[in-house]
Design a protein around this ligand. Structure first.
Ligand code: MN
Length: 200
């Protein structure tokens, strides 16, 4: 049995139209995310084989491949649940207060995460994360799926900045796609992730 499984989306592929077309969401989930799930499982199998044969010559490459695919699976599994056709606006409660405390204001936070997502060089993500050592929220600009991350931080809200997430619809204008993402954010999901991270 495989360790990792492709999760279902919370809604159908057309649920986020017109902000994100059903064509993009279907390709993104059934092809791109599925490839990361398979890559993580295949790499674990190769690591099993390497241990059983005591052949660790390819270990450095396998560990990089595991980090890439596993992180891709983790981030996409969060991304689908961060987005909702009923999303948007801004959070209140504990999450809203924490954003004010750690970023100064929601508007300042929004500008930072928007810019982090829009300016990733190559492929990556803009991420709002809980950092448990400092007990604070931070924005991370993630390269690929796993670079530029403070280890131990927990992603709460993730914006996919890979071209496969928007190019068929927004072409080269990534900032327009990022603006539309804000209208889809399911703050209840983000707030639940913050509570779970703080209690972990
Ligand atoms: Mn993606």
């Amino acid at each position: 049995m495989s360790t990792y499984q492709l999760p279902d989306l919370p809604d159908d592929y057309a649920a986020l139209e017109p902000a994100i077309t059903g064509e993009i969401l279907e390709l993104h989930h059934s092809k791109h995310h599925a490839t990361y799930v398979k890559g993580a499982n295949d790499t674990l199998d190769k690591l099993d084989e390497a241990r059983s044969k005591e052949q660790f010559g390819a270990l450095v490459g396998l560990e990089k491949t595991l980090a890439f695919n596993l992180s891709g699976h983790v981030l996409h599994s969060i991304f689908w649940n961060n987005l909702s056709p009923d999303g948007g606006d801004r959070p209140d409660g504990e999450l809203g207060s924490a954003i004010d405390e750690h970023f100064g204001s929601f508007d300042a936070f929004r500008k930072q995460l928007t810019t982090a997502t829009a300016t990733v060089q190559g492929s990556g993500w803009g991420v709002l994360a809980w950092e448990p050592l400092g007990k604070r929220l931070i924005v991370e600009q993630v390269y690929d799926h796993h670079g530029n991350v403070g280890i131990g931080s927990t992603p709460l809200l993730v914006f996919d900045a890979w071209e496969h997430a928007y190019y068929l619809q927004y072409r080269n204008v990534r900032p327009d796609y990022v603006e539309k993402l804000w209208d889809l954010v399911n703050w209840n999901d983000v707030a639940a992730r913050l509570t779970a991270a703080k209690n972990a």
